[in-house]
Design a protein around this ligand. Structure first.
Ligand code: SF4
Ligand code: SF4
Length: 285
């Protein structure tokens, strides 16, 4: 099985637009949306959810008021101000350390698994899709990313397809690392701007650290010709191939508003370009 991960470091470079264009062209595939903190690929893929699965991570304290003697010990010991004056837990403050349950002399507090979000197995017009939503303020998106990747690999085996296309998270933190490990190829989507170039450098360092082959797509290449030349030179100096260059186009926004990929919205202009992009990527996978 081959996994193609699309990442960018900086947000706003067009990563999800590129992912959607690849989703609607190329070989049969399973799509994985690992941007679990701010998923948006579903706005274009419009998945039909077949199965919803709860995502649990860590623990959270729960009190049993009928057992509480109001001794106040739990409130005194909690360092996170997560227990109110009525000895009820403030779930948004609870870090799940378990100290309150440990010190409670009445056994009035127990720890329960923390529901942090959900992940979904869906059908789309592009093929099976696995995606997720992390609850507001919840943590451990890396674990949820790993869950999505495992489920998408299972879905690929079930569908008997060889390719998983993954929309990766922004940045270079834990969720990106969880997306990157053992993937076949990382496509780094960048644009000619200082912040994107800075993040491209960091994203490439990450791929090299994990020994994942990488390639670059220079998006909005005509936005700043001077900086675009700097990106090309940097790629040549660091021996990283540029597999495609796309110019800025109003079709990017229009396609999103229409809920379509670029290849669907303007097939004469874009379908062939994404098919060529797939050819370049598959030869490297
Ligand atoms: S589990 Fe820890 S953080 Fe949560 S209420 Fe108890 S002492 Fe506070
Ligand atoms: S430590 Fe236990 S008994 Fe004491 S106030 Fe907290 S919940 Fe109630």
């Amino acid at each position: 099985m081959r996994e193609l991960l699309i990442i960018s470091g900086k947000g706003g470079t067009g990563k999800t637009t590129i992912t959607a264009g690849l989703a609607s062209t190329g070989p049969a595939k399973v799509i994985a949306d690992c941007d679990v903190d701010a998923a948006d690929l579903h706005l274009i893929a419009q998945p039909h959810i077949i199965q919803t699965n709860h995502f649990y991570s860590g623990q959270r304290a729960v009190t049993e008021p009928s057992l509480c003697t109001e001794c106040g010990l739990c409130r005194e010991k909690c360092r996170f101000n997560a227990i109110d004056e009525h000895y009820a837990i403030r779930p948004e403050h609870c870090e799940g350390c378990g100290l309150c349950a440990f010190v409670c002399p009445a056994g009035a507090i127990r720890m329960t698994d923390r529901l942090c979000g959900a992940w979904y197995q869906s059908d789309t017009r592009f093929g099976p899709m696995v995606h997720a939503a992390l609850g507001i303020g919840e943590e451990n998106s890396g674990k949820l990313v790993t869950t999505v990747r495992t489920a998408s690999a299972d879905a690929a085996r079930t569908a008997d397809v060889d390719v998983v296309l993954t929309d990766g998270p922004p940045g270079i933190g834990c969720p990106v690392i969880a997306s990157l490990t053992n993937t076949t190829l990382a496509l780094l989507v960048t644009e000619p701007s200082r912040s994107a170039m800075h993040d491209l450098t960091r994203a490439l360092e990450l791929t090299r650290h994990f020994r994942v082959p990488a390639a670059v797509l220079l998006n909005k290449a005509d936005m700043h010709p001077g900086l675009a030349d700097e990106v090309r030179q940097w790629c040549a100096d660091t021996a990283i191939p540029i597999v495609a260059e796309f110019e800025w186009n109003t079709a990017f926004t229009k396609a999103q508003l229409a809920g379509q990929s670029l290849a669907e919205f303007a097939p004469e202009q874009w379908k062939g370009r994404f098919e060529h992009l797939w050819e370049a990527l598959l030869t490297r996978m």
